[in-house]
Design a protein around this ligand. Sequence first.
Ligand SMILES: [Zn+2]
Length: 311
Amino acid sequence: MGKVLLGKYLLLPHLDGNAAVRPGTEKENRVEEDWGVVIDKGKIEEVGENSRLERKYSSYEVLDFRNKIIAPGFINAHMHSYGVLSHGITLPPGIDNFDNFLNDFWWPLVENRIDHRMIEITSRAAAWELLNSGVTTFCDVLEAPNAVPGALEVEAKALEESGIKAVLSFEACERISPENGIAGLEENKAFFLACRNHPRISGKMCIHTTFTCSRNFITKAGQMAREIGSGIQLHLSESVYEPRICMDNHGLSPVELYEELGFLGDDVLASQGVQLTDKELDILKSHKVNLVHVPLSNCEVGGVLPRFRPC
Ligand SMILES: [Zn+2]
C-alpha cells in the first residue's frame, strides 16, 4: 500500500538531469509549509499540500510528521564506520599533533586491532547513527590492515540489513608491508567487481596518503582503478605532516607528486585538503579532482579548517 507522509515543512530541491522528482520548473530550492509526500512502490508519486494529499490518497496509509521537516536524504561523502569505536574516548597523554596521533594512538590502538567481528558491529552502529541523522547515502573508508581479505564483504553484509546506500572502500597502503598494501588494492578490486549489480552498495578503489604509499604503489592503484572503472579516493594533506614529509621524500608537494605520477583526474575523490597551497588548488582544479572537506574530523586531530577560494 502507498504511504502519505504529512510534514510541517517540505524541502524541495531544484533537481537537474535524471532526477526522479522535478518539483515544478523553479530554478531554486524552496520550502513549503504544511506540505507532504506520497510514496508508492518505493518511489515518490506526488508532493503537495497535506490536506489535498490526504483527500486524494484516502486509501493510503498516513504517516503524521506534522512536527517535522521532510527533506531529501543527506549524503556523507567521507566516513569511517569503524570510527564509532572512538566515540567518547579520550586521547592518551602526550598526543598533541597529527603525527603522534597516528603513530602512537590511532594506528596501534584502533586500526590494527579491527577484525571482521568489529567491522560487522561498527558498520551496523554507523548505519543506525547515519540514518537517524538523515543521511541515506555515504562513502566509507575502512582502515583495518589486519582484516583483509573479506573485510568489505563483511561490511556490506552488515549494511544491507539497514537499507542505507553506501560506497565502500578499503584504505590500501604500505605502512604494515608492501604485501599488505597489495592485499588492500586487491580487496577493493574484488569487492568493486563483485557488487557491480548491487542496487544500493558499490565499491571504490582507495589508497591512504603519500606518506604511507610509495610512488610505485600509487601508480599501481591508479592504474587498477582505471582498468576497472571504479574511481579512487584518498586522504590529502590533512595536516602539515603530509606536505612536510612529501617534500622531504620527493621534493614535491603531495598534489605535485600525484600529478607527476599521472594519478589525477575527475574520478579522484580527495578528502580533507586542509593544507593545500594555491598552486595545488590550481592543479586539482585543472584535473577536475573532487575534494570533500571534513571539518569535524579536522577539529578532532587538532588541525584547522581548510582554506576556501572562489572558483
Ligand atoms: Zn578520513
